[in-house]
Design a protein around this ligand. Sequence first.
Ligand SMILES: Cc1ncc(C[n+]2csc(CCOP(=O)(O)OP(=O)(O)O)c2C)c(N)n1
Ligand SMILES: [Mg+2]
Length: 1134
Amino acid sequence: MKIDVSVKKKLYLAVVRFRHVLAARTAVANHTPGTATEQCVASLLVVWLCSVQVRPQTLLTMNRARVLSYMLSQTPPGTSLVTVRAWLLGGKRGKASAPPPPTALAAEPFLNGSSSNYVEEMYSAWLHDPRSVHQSWDTFFRNASAGARPGEAYTSPPSLAEPTPHHVPLSSIAPAVISPAVSETQITDKVIDDHLAVQGIIRAYQARGHLIAALDPLGIDREALAERPPTTMPSKIVVRNYSNAVDESDMERLFKLPMSTFVGGKETTLPLKEIIKRLEDAYCRSIGVEFMFINSLEQCNWIRQKFETPGIMAMNQQDKRLLLARLTRSHGFEAFLARKFSSEKRFGLEGCEILIPAMKQVIDRSTSLGVESFVMGMPHRGRLNVLSNVCRKPLEHIFTQFAGLDAGDEGSGDVKYHLGTYQERLNRVTNKNIRLAIVANPSHLEAVDPVVQGKTRAEQFYHGDSEGNKVLSILLHGDAAFSGQGIVYETFHLSELPEYTTHGTIHIVVNNQIGFTTDPRMSRSSPYCTDVARVVNAPIFHVNADDPEAVMHVCNVAADWRHTFHKDVVIDLVCYRRNGHNEIDEPMFTQPLMYNRIRKLKPVIDLYAEKLIKEEVVTAVEAKEVRDKYEKILEDAFTAAKSETRVFNKHWIDSPWSGFFEGKDPLKASPTGVHEDTITHICKRFSSAPPNASDFQIHRGLQRILSSRMEMVKARTVDWAMGEAVAFGSLLKEGIHVRLSGQDVERGTFSHRHHILHHQKVDKSQYNTLANLYPDQAPYTVCNSSLSEYAVLGFELGFSMTNPNALVIWEAQFGDFNNTAQCVIDQFISSGQSKWIRQTGLVLLLPHGLEGMGPEHSSARLERFLQMTSDDPDVLPAFSNDFAIRQLSDINWIVANCTTPANLFHILRRQIALPFRKPLILMTPKSLLRHPEAKSSFDAMLEDTEFQRIIPEDGPATQNAANVKRLIFCSGKVYYELTAARKEAGIEDKIAITRVEQIAPFPYDLIKQECDRYPEAELVWSQEEHKNMGAWSYIQPRIATALNHERHISKCDKFAIDSEGHESQSWYEYWFPWLFPTSSPTEASIPTKNQTSIVSDTRVLRYAGRAVSASPATGNKMTHTREVKQLLEDSLAL
Ligand SMILES: Cc1ncc(C[n+]2csc(CCOP(=O)(O)OP(=O)(O)O)c2C)c(N)n1
Ligand SMILES: [Mg+2]
């Protein structure tokens, strides 16, 4: 089968002339340099790709044969590729090319002219073995050999893919051309060009119609656009030059509508004028839809259908009245507060009152689709309104927050526009009970996003809602924060990860086109504030907030989208801010023109009421009645609130743990030790290959690790990884869900954990040992996270808020990375219970220790966590039997640095054994993971054992306590270095070394006991961290307090007025001590090195460790070694 060279040439020229294909060809030719034939094939391919929206790159990786075969396999049944040929042979309008040569080949469907080399190859292969070519080629050659007439040899192959309801067949590109009624000989260039132009116009509206939509109630965006050069005007950008192909004379002509549009409704053809009008209505009025970047044809079609279908936005009268009533409440609430508390900040919603009906619409619609619980996060703007009108928080609770009343319960409280809430109520529209939570948040904008996601995920997890049909997260954003805060991006990237997805979040942006005093042109570089959402292919619905019905439509579509595709979606409420940033701010200082315009605008409630009155949906009297009725509700609540004398923080809990605290002794923890059988069983499983080991091939290195673990089991010992595994396994056995999340946690950064075993030959075949310990155990989740700390830590915090009976752990890759999550640590974990009386038992595992690895990866910044603890260094709590647990109950978090696997086991289990929940900040080791001495016997985990807050010296020094010369306190891995050096120096009987395992709350009682045990010993605090870091600053005053019962060395104390009104020490006594000799030792009178501080009348505490430094550790190995040597010498030299 030979192809005439002249035909090939003409065909190629036709391809090149054809402008759409030309553009596409250029794109592909950039990637596929090659012959004309290849380009031709590539052009065809791109035409096809355009029709089915497959990324060309996907196919560029394939060779030609595969590409064509793939094309054929994907082309919908019934599609004739003759269409494409017709296109290719066409020319530009007005410059009609010569008709294709009337040869049999030229008249054949497109494959005959696409590539002679290729066809020849196929043909020879087919002659050799018909089964060696694709079925379509087989049919073609069979028909051609049988003498089929031109154009009839080709039959489209059966599709390999299941046809989808919204699949757009290739025929939709130029339907007129392939209409059976139109024979090929009738195809003129004009027909082709005009249909292509119409197709181009339709597509242009779909892709760029949002650029000319009337989104801004202020009209500012339009004016900014008017300043642009004409070629960049949106109207030009939208339709580009497609419209050059058709003109006014074509407006009344009927065009057959492609299947890529739904504007026709039931019509298959429409006059061009009507097509354009309908497109304008769908894409360029109050709604701007951004969705054509989505990589799924099905999803794109779904959206097209939701906006293009004629009449789809129409609203019935009842819904209009409901909308008016909701707007009335939204407006009335702010107006009432403005009247009653005119000088109070409330961050009102004026200018975006539509937010309330919008949220309610999303909730109504989602409830009707099966959602039962909504977890929401939002910033300050309109928060009180949302609490009242969306969540139905009692108005009295809100009004009392303005009254400046005393708190009636625990907690330091928070400002009213940061508080959370949890409400259960009946959704009147659907008559279903729903749960609504607004998560409390700090001022730090968007920080709550991942927390909401974690809480949502947890609710879904514990309700067995694996597809997110019952629990939905809604996140509200300000325009400036949405584009400005990186956490938004980090949170978006959790949205599709298997262990982090919430199966779609509905985002609503209150886009008032300003952030505090900054215009968008100064606050972002992207065209829209919502562009960040494009990274996850979320559709974005921009909508003019002054068109309430349009807003309701996008809310419905957003809820439906989330229900259908379980993916994120964004509603961008383009609005304005009627007042300043808050009610006492003057906006005219900075945005005079904008605010001149705002002052002339009527509130949306007035606009909408007028509209409905005009449409005779309501009367003016009815509209007023609705307002008056709500006004009365507000007044009544206001009066009732006046009789309140206290505010209660408990009214604002966002995650109530009903049943958790009830009936528990608040100061009694359960034991943490377990039965030996449990330890043995877990350890054996943890040391074994999967049960189907013969099929499941694990890595050889892992086999060695498992064997060495089994050796430990025989010796009844555990190392770090095994101690952790026994803690997890025993909790799982008791029905406690364990979730460990963070970067590379499945294997463990230091390759010590290996909780997921991977089949070496089969992809995605893996085995989670701890999830398979007992038949009726709780689930075990271990998941490698995205490379984020801020979002992932926030997420785990949120997860931990849902269920107190779960151990939720976030592990940092190295401890120092926790500082990129500082906001979550400061604003939520450290202070959350105090501000919002919300507890969490979240555990942070922070690898910490100076191992000579340089400034990074050495310090988890222990000092910062200690500095934020809420225990008073100067107050010694009363010693009692429940001293330890009382301390735990009182403090904001626990900070520990364990040195043994058994202590790790106990402290992890204690998180669940406590009758309350506290965050645990755990410094974890690196070299100790494999240190031969950092092992524990099973004995240390048995039933009668518990967590040791300190591990006292247990060597020869204890036999000779009275003569021990030095008592060293230390924490963490330096202990092993100190004991090794002490042993080498042969001074084990002279120096006692005691480990402080729980640093905060400080074990005053045990520290005092230790000091008393060695009465003659010099006290030394030895640490590897630099002096201005580590635990020294925390330890020093507390040891003093432990020994003194109270402390006298603070400089402030020296000038304090005592209870009788006398200065305890005057400033001149302090500054000139030699003039005023004193019998009691003071800082200035004791001749010591500056590393020493007085901790009692008789004892001093010396610091042994590195000097102060700006950097956490040296980057020089030699210096590191020298520093270690010096540290050991300082600590041990007698
Ligand atoms: C992380 C963070 N940085 C700065 C601020 C201070 N701040 C409070 S509101 C605000 C403007 C927010 O603008 P936008 O997100 O558009 O919300 P709007 O107030 O306009 O509703 C700023 C900068 C903050 N609260 N959080
Ligand atoms: Mg704003």
